[in-house]
Write a protein that binds this ligand. Sequence first.
Ligand code: TYD
Length: 201
Amino acid sequence: MFITIEGIDGSGKSTQARHLAARLRCEGKKVTETHEPGGWAHGDVLRGLLLNGRIRHPMTEIMLFMADRCEHVAQVVQPALDQGEWVVCDRYNDSTRAYQCWGRGLKYDMLESLIKWCGIPEPDLTVWLDLPVEEARKRMSGRSGGDRIEREDSKFHQAVARGFKELAERNASRFFRVDARAGEDEIAEAVFAELKRRCAI
Ligand code: TYD
């Protein structure tokens, strides 16, 4: 199965991706745990450019995220799926939909065609860690600086959060919403229970 973990910055995705991968390994599954942007051999170069580069044109941003994803799928995700492994990926297509369409205002249909042109798989399950923007900002206030996208204003992050909400409504069978205000272990339990409900583990 191909599982993605999505949500706004500060919603706890990386922690939950780690929990889920560990839990699956305990069940004897072979798991590839990965992330975007940058989760492939030379991904650091694109990640650096995307998060700290001086990018002006919104199409540059969306195309670099998609280029990063194409290589990530070709080099990491698809080979693992072909081997029958489980893939747990921190961010994927829905991040581009929420951040670049709802956040930056790029056309949704344009991105959908781009995704089709890239010929990349959609996940079997998307775990959406739903957290109010104010709560996420509070959690992140202890961290230093933040990257180019994290430093966007609260209006931008509110729009991204609306994007995730709408995407979850549009793709109700693929999405599993978790209230990310709950405790770390409680969330991990809920995610695993949902996975068990969906497929025999
Ligand atoms: P992330 O790696 O989750 O940040 P961190 O490791 O610092 O927690 O993501 C980096 C940023 O990139 C985040 O603000 C979301 C943004 N992003 C997009 O705007 N579009 C995308 O397609 C992806 C994958 C990420």
